[in-house]
Design a protein around this ligand. Structure first.
Ligand code: MN3
Length: 360
């Protein structure tokens, strides 16, 4: 998409954690000023190869990007807590943010939205549900918003009985029915923690009461989310599940650019179905709702404990059904702080990870 619109977009920086091959391919294509490789050994690897003309920077380079005068938009798409500090720095430096990293708002929504307001910075969601809501809200007044309905595919275990959650294999959990995504978010989709994180993300992005954010299971993933207004009218945003569209919209907003899409054939989707989420089966979603309600450091603990629990599952240390147990135990141990600053968030995240490493 960026290659298609060279007059609109100019790539100044590219970053990766470990995916060096793709980074090199993109750097040769877009000629950035510099690339950042956050993983230390991947960084050393690339440095030793010296295949690029541009500067090659380690993880500290993220802050350089956030402060650069040549950058007006940053796509924040790192996985998990790792994206927090550079995103905050970018907002402080008045960079428009296309936000793909939901964890950032989950753990520090109050800090980021405050800073964005003070610095007059737009945060444009990339997450497909939030992009859908964002698109439905164009031209509407905030006070007309009555309810957000975030749709959820329900993941691969929607119809599996909870008694059989213990025997779920890693391969089964990584096999998402509708979306191709990274490992962490795919497991989050299987536990429905992903939807829980998205409820918290929506709370901060759209400034709506948490009681007015509903989750609706819609296995076909054709409706990406909906907004109900005070007159009862409901707007939905639909399309074939393809992340390229919300990414492009975040970059082109408020314009729409052409997109080489395959037209939606509704006859192939003659049945769109909906159901309430089962909070007893998908306890992670319930824990996320409760964490949002309790506020303060609870979402920080929720997120850190989830990251550790997912990692333990992916490395065969725990079974799938234990993921919510670990998160619940961590939430019980939270030393509650109702209004944590950045350092307190970082400390709470670190302490929670330490505690969770000993849970099994
Ligand atoms: Mn999503």
């Amino acid at each position: 998409m960026i290659a298609k619109y060279p007059e609109k977009f100019n790539v100044s920086y590219l970053t990766t954690n470990t995916n060096i091959d793709l980074l090199v391919e993109q750097a040769l294509k877009f000629n950035p000023e510099a690339v950042v490789i956050t993983d230390r050994s991947a960084f050393n690897d690339l440095i030793s190869k010296h295949t690029l003309k541009c500067e090659i920077l380690p993880v500290e380079g993220l802050l350089q990007i956030a402060r650069s005068n040549n950058v007006d938009l940053i796509i924040a798409a790192m996985v998990g807590f790792a994206g927090l500090e550079s995103t905050i720095e970018a907002v402080k430096n008045k960079k428009k943010i296309a936000l793909a990293n939901k964890e950032t708002l989950v753990v520090a929504g109050h800090l980021i939205t405050d800073l964005a307001r003070k610095n007059n910075v737009d945060i444009i969601p990339v997450d497909s549900e939030h992009s859908a809501v964002f698109q439905c809200l164009v031209g509407e007044k905030p006070e007309s918003l009555n309810r957000l309905i975030l749709t959820a595919s329900g993941g691969p275990f929607l119809n599996r009985s909870i008694e059989n959650f213990k025997t779920i294999s890693i391969a089964e959990a990584l096999n998402h029915p509708n979306w191709k995504m990274g490992n962490k978010i795919t497991i989050d989709s299987a536990t429905m923690m992903n939807k829980g994180l998205e409820v918290i993300e929506a709370y901060w992005l759209f400034g709506i009461d948490r009681e007015k954010i509903d989750v609706l299971v819609h296995p076909q993933s054709i409706i990406h989310s909906m907004v109900e207004f005070t007159d009862g009218s409901i707007k939905a945003q639909l399309g074939i599940p393809d992340m390229k569209l919300p990414i492009q919209y975040a970059l082109s907003y408020p314009e729409r650019l052409d997109f080489n899409f395959s037209p939606m054939d509704f006859s192939k989707y003659d049945t769109l179905t909906f159901q309430e989420p089962d909070l007893l089966k998908f306890r992670c979603l319930d824990l996320a709702y409760k964490s949002l309600e309790s506020g303060g450091t609870y979402p920080v603990v929720l997120n850190a404990a989830n990251e550790i629990a997912v990692e333990k599952f992916l490395t065969n240390q725990i079974t799938f059904d234990v993921i919510p147990d670990i998160i619940e135990k961590a939430l019980d141990k939270n030393k509650f702080n109702s209004d944590p600053d950045l350092n307190e968030i970082i400390e709470c995240d670190r302490v929670t990870r330490d505690i969770c490493k000993n849970f099994a």
